[in-house]
Design a protein around this ligand. Sequence first.
Ligand SMILES: C[S@@+](CC[C@H](N)C(=O)[O-])C[C@H]1O[C@@H](n2cnc3c(N)ncnc32)[C@H](O)[C@@H]1O
Length: 180
Amino acid sequence: MNVDEWLNKKAELILKEIGIKAGFKVLDFGCGSGIYTTIISNIVGNKGKVYALDYADDKLQELNSKIKSYKLENIEIIKTSREISFPFQDSYLDVILLYDVWHLLSDNERLEFLKETKRALKKGGFVSYLATHLHDPNVSVEKVHNLMKENDLILLEKFNKPMFHWSWIEEYQIFNYYKK
Ligand SMILES: C[S@@+](CC[C@H](N)C(=O)[O-])C[C@H]1O[C@@H](n2cnc3c(N)ncnc32)[C@H](O)[C@@H]1O
């Protein structure tokens, strides 16, 4: 399946199956140019919001062009200086996307991410982790499971779905960890 076909026919349905719903407040952590951000923007609708966070200026500019050309009014871009600090009150978010970014984080950043996630997610909210780069020695799904569990984020759902990665579509595992 090519990317256009996936975007037109599959992407929205898959993200709904993963658990994204209308009205949700979603943080797309490490959003890049925002392929997942824009799909989720359609799902959450005008009562929801997508916060697209990254430090890469060029990627965020690409996303900003998409926001303008498609007139997407429920996306807020958050440009950081790479620090991991979420500008939300406690228990504010329904979902945090962790899609194709874990392999890029240092051990310290991973701990900061978990601390902020635990704080900013509402009870019953979840982190959705797209498990890419499993060949990387710094990535171990088992370790992700353990770190999540240590932070009271409980693995309740697992999916196998065709997902976007880099510039192609491939089958990946997605894990949802819920805040107790
Ligand atoms: C491979 S891209 C994935 C983009 C998008 N999530 C996707 O799945 O298409 C990883 C992104 O994470 C961002 N990133 C890495 N470390 C980050 C950090 N500490 N804070 C914010 N963004 C970060 C990078 O700048 C990059 O845009």
